[in-house]
Unconditional design. Sequence first.
Length: 324
Amino acid sequence: MLILGIETSCDDTGIALYDRAAGKLVAHAVHTQAAMHEAYGGVVPELASRDHVRRLVPLARRVIGDHRIDGIGYTEGPGLAGALLVGASFAHALAFSLGVPAVGVHHLEGHLLSPLLSARRPDFPFLALLVSGGHTQLMRVDAVGRYELLGDTQDDAAGEAFDKTAQLLGLGYPGGPALSELAVRGAPGKYRLPRPMIATGLDFSFSGLKTAVLSVLKNEKTNPADLARAFLDVIVEVLVAKCARAVEMTGITRLVVAGGVGANRQLRAALDAEGARRGFDVYYPEPELCTDNGAMIAFAAAFRIESGVRSHAFSVKPRWDLQH
C-alpha cells in the first residue's frame, strides 16, 4: 500500500511516498520558503500560500514517478489557513481523479510519530517532546491515536524564542540554526538568564527569556556569542529538566523528541546524557524529518487508511488540539 503525504501547514512544501507494506519511505522532497520570507523577518501567510500552489505539482510529479498511489494523507491542521487550503484542495482533487481515499492528518501527530520512520524506533507507550516553531509540548503516547497532553507552553514556544532572540542578535530569519552555530563559539556562564518554570510542573514558558535577552542587550556591553550561548543553555536546561520530570512522574522510560528544535545538536547531547544518567532511552527522527515534511504525514495517514478510514470530508483546521 503506497500512501502519498502532503504537508503545507506553514512555509515548507513537503511531498512523500510511504510504502506501508514494506514499512519504508519510498521517496520524499521538501521545498523550504525560508529565503523568500527572510526579507520580512517572518512568514507572510499570503506569500506562503501562493508558493505552495507553485511547488505542489512539480514536487508531486518528482516523488510519485510511475508509482500507483493507494491513498493520500494531507495536513488538515493546525497551521496557516490559506496554506492548509492549498494542500487540502490538491489532495482531494488528486484523490478524486485517482479514485483513492484522502485522509486529513494532524500536523503534530505527524511529528509525534516521525521517529517511527527511523531504523531505531520506540515501543509503545512512550513520552514525546514536541518542540518546534509554534509548539512546545510533552505528550504521553499509548498507541497511534491515543495521546495525552502532559505539558504545554504558556506563551512563546521554544522555536519562537529562538527566532525572536536571533532577530535581537541581528541573525536574520529563520534564526534558530544561526543562533545555535553562534552559541558554539560562546563561553558558558557569562550572562545569567532566568530559567522559566524550571522547578514546577511540566508546562513551559519562554517569553520572559526573550525579554531578559533584550534587557541584557539594552543595559550591558555584550558579546553576541556569549549571549547566544547563555540563551541556548537555558533552553536546553529547561527542556531536559521537564523531560526528566515527565519520566519520573509517569515511569515511562522511552522519550521521543520531534519537531524542528529537536534537530539541535546541543539539545540532543544533553538529553542523551541525562537519559544515560537516569536510565531512560531517547529516540529522534532523522535530521531531515525534524522539520515539516510529507513523510510524517504519509506515515500517519497509512495507519488511518489501513484501519478502514476512507475519505475525510474536505476541511482545514487552523486551530486543532491533539486530543483523541
